[in-house]
Design a protein around this ligand. Structure first.
Ligand code: G4P
Length: 525
């Protein structure tokens, strides 16, 4: 097949949700359609079990699962689908943000009873920022939930997006009769069985008399009224508005009962974007260009502490990646070739010879890669869009075993390359501060430093509120600012200036006093 043919048949996306909305269940049902797995229960939830947050076995179990389910590829009707998994736990939100830089679209799962939840809001903010096309799946229709119209209003208001329903529930909870697919005018009758394969829906128009035979007069009337209202309120669906991330199509269903999932998948392969162009600092990179380019968006450390090699996940942006071919590692200027690149088909890994835009490959790494690194055929290119956000929690990291200071430094360095947390060095005294999104990451770092690097660390409290990157054309003001705030000025791992604000008030005051300085909550500006 031609390069264009290969690219055109690829769909790379992420499923995001607040924990418990049904991401794992939906992923599993999608894989069943692709024949990628045979039985339900094969996909393990990467959720951190309640009450197990301090259990390190749980963390290790998590890491095991997260490598197995990081990318799940399968084929459906000749379309190569790559699902990128995202951690549900909010302490690992950075990881999810980075994964979202490697997808071309997103499916967001919402629990019909709970509606929009905190994590959904946060993740959608990132999608909006990146203009990622989003499909909404409203799940758990087999249970009593909110009124569909109310849910759609809530999604529009809270997520700041426009929606367009493409399927519509007939009843809900115990009274769920079916789902009417407005996209292709088919009715899917709900039988209440947990199905491994979805039944073929019935091709029937909501206006025909025949539909009454299936769902009765009352439900038919309700459905007709609802459809009229939907068509009155929401403009007709246009694929381009979805691709422009202006309107999100909405599907209803029950992942548990495999109901409404096939409709979602069929529409998805029709409308979802093929690999989109990527932005580099130097230029726009089109997927259809002949020369290979790609970037590292995730690094996974080996589970076995005796082998400290890692797996770097590369998103292919353009051209064809080939095994045993020299590519330029742009940051360090070296040429490297890879003898055993792996692809991910469902939860299996296998060595591949070639990979195309939209694909994710795993490369064994002995410490060459950092998140954000670019690989090319020879071009000096730096892909954008892997921002670091200000952490929410800060602690001084101290060496607790003087014999192991080298190990500690190396461990911290490598864990930061993996993107586990962020490191800031206070300019005044060289003390090191680790910043994280959640408390769990401190535990992970301490545990991994000990088990993988033999280093012991100790945490000391420090009362910072945010790490804010800053710059200014006014060098005088910058110098003045650094002098006055010397206790709070640090540098990040790449040597950029960071202001460690003590509170929101402190930051506001700094902004007022130093009007020529720009303060940024991400390092990409
Ligand atoms: P997550 O990955 O988004 O965190 O959610 P997950 O799929 O693990 O689903 C969370 C819980 O919701 C699971 O129940 C799952 O069975 C249930 N669930 C998912 N989809 C549906 C649905 O369409 N209808 C109903 N009624 N339930 C659904 P659990 O009891 O937490 O776990 P399990 O022990 O059943 O696996």
């Amino acid at each position: 097949m031609s390069l264009k043919g290969e690219i055109d048949r690829r769909r790379t996306f992420g499923i995001v949700s607040h924990p418990d909305a049904g991401k794992t269940t939906l992923t599993e049902k999608l894989l069943l359609f692709g024949g990628a797995i045979r039985v339900a229960g094969a996909v393990k939830s990467n959720k951190i079990k309640k009450g197990a947050t301090s259990d390190f076995m749980e963390i290790e179990r998590q890491r095991g699962i997260s490598v197995a389910t990081s990318v799940m590829g399968f084929e459906y009707k000749d379309i190569k689908i790559n699902i990128l998994d995202t951690p549900g736990h909010q302490d690992f939100a950075e990881d999810t943000y980075r994964t979202l830089t490697a997808v071309d679209s997103v499916i967001v799962v919402i629990d019909a009873a709970k509606g929009v939840e905190a994590q959904t809001r946060r993740l959608m903010r990132v999608c909006r920022m990146r203009k990622t096309p989003v499909i909404v799946f409203i799940n758990k229709l087999d249970r009593e939930g909110k009124d569909p119209f109310e849910l759609l209003d809530e999604i529009e208001n809270e997520l700041d997006i426009k929606v367009r329903p493409l399927s519509w529930p007939v009843g809900m909870g115990k009274r769920l009769r079916g789902i009417y697919n407005m996209y292709d005018g088919k009715l899917n009758i709900f039988t209440g069985e947990d199905k491994q394969v979805a039944e073929e829906p019935i091709q029937i128009s909501a206006d025909s008399d025949e539909i009454i035979d299936y769902i009765g007069e009352d439900y038919t009337q309700q459905l007709r009224d609802d459809i009229e209202l939907v068509n009155g309120v929401y403009p007709p669906f246009e694929n381009q508005t979805y691709l422009n991330a202006e309107v999100s199509p909405v599907f209803f269903g029950s992942a548990l009962y495999n109901f409404g999932v096939k409709e979602l998948l069929e529409c998805f392969i029709d409308i979802a974007p093929t690999p989109r162009p990527s932005e580099a600092e130097e230029r726009h990179v089109d997927a259809y260009e002949n020369k290979f380019t790609g970037f590292v968006f995730k690094i996974h450390a080996n589970m076995d502490p005796k082998h400290r090699d890692r797996l770097a996940f590369i998103k292919i942006c353009s051209g064809v990646f080939q095994r045993n071919t020299n590519y330029l590692h742009v940051r360090n200027g070296k040429k490297i070739k890879f003898s055993s690149p792996t692809a991910f088909m469902a939860s299996k890994k296998s060595v591949i010879d070639e990979a195309y835009p939209g694909d994710i490959i795993g490369l064994h790494d002995t410490g060459n890669f950092k998140i954000g690194d670019t690989l090319t055929e020879n071009e000096q290119l730096h892909f954008k869009g892997l921002p670091s956000f200000s952490p929410e929690m800060f602690k001084y990291i101290e060496n607790d075993d003087p014999m192991k200071s080298k190990q500690l430094a190396k461990g911290v360095d490598q864990l930061m390359d993996e993107g586990v947390a962020q490191l800031f060095t206070v300019k005044m005294n060289g003390r090191k501060i680790i910043g994280t999104v959640g408390a769990l990451q401190f535990e992970v770092i301490e545990y991994r430093l000990l088990h993988e690097y033999g280093a012991k660390c100790r945490w000391e409290p420090v009362g910072f509120h945010k790490a804010v990157w800053f710059d200014s054309k006014n060098t005088e003001q910058i110098e003045d600012f650094k002098k006055r705030k010397y206790k709070q000025v640090a540098e990040d791992k790449h040597g950029n200036d960071v202001y460690l604000a003590e509170s929101a008030f402190d930051l506001d005051r700094a902004k007022e006093k130093f009007p020529d300085i720009n303060f940024h909550l991400t390092n990409e500006f």
